[in-house]
Write a protein that binds this ligand. Sequence first.
Ligand SMILES: *Cc1c(COP(=O)(O)O)cnc(C)c1O
Length: 370
Amino acid sequence: MEFGRFFLPGPTEVRPEVLQAMVRPVIGHRGEDMERLLSGMDPALRRLFRTERPVYVSTSSATGFMEAAITNLSRRRILCLVGGAFGARFRNIADRCGRPADTLAVEWGTAHSPELLSRALDSSPGTYDLVTVVHSETSTGVLNPVADLAAVVRDRDDLLLAVDGVTSVGGTPAEFDGWELDFLLTGSQKALALPPGLALAAASERALRRAEEIPARSYYFDLLEFERRAREFQTTNTPAVNLFYALAEQLGRIAEEGLEERWRRHRELAERTWAWVGELTERTGHDFSVLAPEGYRSPTVTAISLPAGLSGPDVVAAARKVGFTLASGYGKLKPTTIRIGHMGDHTMPELEAVLSVLDDVIDDRIGGLP
Ligand SMILES: *Cc1c(COP(=O)(O)O)cnc(C)c1O
């Protein structure tokens, strides 16, 4: 298949060179070859997370490290910020792992406000020891103001912040040290444009001290074990080593492009998508809109609300027929929205191609609208 036709907001399209890098012999993970592979990636991983802390790589999907945040970082009560499906996932994990939690909800498609968080924390001082938030909420296309939310958390004693950066890290600024985060995680198959199967995360010294207080913090997802192993350029258990080859290759490609340049490319793809939504509305006289409000839009994924009479799954199926893959809305937004994942290694010509296909698909249906 030709590259540039796969626009799911995860998994994302993987460049052939990156796939090809996986076709190398399996090596023993306690040997020197593995140590060399991990120590070679270490500086690039720290640059990616904008941190001086080590970056852990787990053979699991990103949800594994979401679970690690829940089981390693709270010994009292968790406040989960929820404005979409992935925010809700943190809360569900807490429930299933038996960790007391409350939800601070905003409407799907809106962002969390530092003021609201501040008020929630002040109205029950000392109740919470962990706040969870999703940076780029992939179900709605909202980019949450994590720097400001982190400042609210840093103002309080004994409170940690865990951030799901699955569709932000590598696609938009996510500053682990600069924003003083305690835990930041991502997965291989989103903005990093790698095959699925790896999760990456950084943890603060504060977070590790907290984990030390929690005896039942999980075996596979024990952050202290990740820290200990990372310091020796080792993995906790048998890693999916061929995926690590792909990661090493992609880190090289990201360095070649430049991380900031990569952020800029994502920003341009997003801005083009938002502008296209405006043009579509003007041209058709029907109301298409970007779900996320201006100022809080993710550079990696856009959810587009369709006018009455157009169905998300129908538009997605029609695009599929001519060879382009995008996503309908997530969960309760499924019937009324579509989502374009303009993240990873996509470029402007590829985006223009999918938008032009959508123009045709929508024009075909517009006559029948009320
Ligand atoms: C995709 C996604 C996840 C889940 O990742 P898995 O790798 O499927 O576990 C979590 N959070 C966000 C924001 C996502 O986009």
